[in-house]
Design a protein around this ligand. Sequence first.
Ligand SMILES: [Zn+2]
Length: 227
Amino acid sequence: MYPQGPAELSAGREQLVSYSRRMLDDGLAVGSAGNMSVRLGGSVIITPSGVPYPDLRPGQICEVGLDGTAISVPATVSSETPMHLAIYAATDAGAVVHTHSPEVIALSSVFDELPAIHYAIHALGGAVRVAPYTRFGSDGLASAATAALSSRRAAILQNHGAICYGRTLTEAYERALLLEWLARTYRLARMLGEPKILTDAQLAEVAAEARRRRYGEAPAEERRNSG
Ligand SMILES: [Zn+2]
């Protein structure tokens, strides 16, 4: 299920460096904040701590076992490694992305949940929970994040940031971008008044329709016009 081998290790390291740089360009983090990882068979490769993203090189990406055992640690391993490992243990994640994105952090300081302001939130599993504040790098944060991710693919960490996972790093990263966009959209709506929020039934209908289209049940013409 999870790719492994020297070629996958090398490609995974390159991909972590390129998405780390994108995180700066997309405004999802500043400096060396945030971190991301990819699961390879029985191990996890993860960005190091304290290396500014423009300086990050594939050779500095760390590799640890699923239990946290050091396999290759050429730089200080990410302080949030326990949170990443807890998510791999609790879900079928192939990659995890942790951001310090501003809209999400602002929301987390005021609200306990990002409600379904737009139907695209179905890709994250529904309304996104805010996990109560716990210090960065702590086991408490790892368990709070994992609990908030129950039947979700994204969670918000109060006064801290966001955590998203996916089958691939691309999918996890796209979810982090989507989450930030949804938080911004919710803020804009709140500035205008009291937003209408989609119901669970409306979201379930969206999820069912997305599934139907993904499995090719819709006629080709309809699929081309979807979105
Ligand atoms: Zn963080």
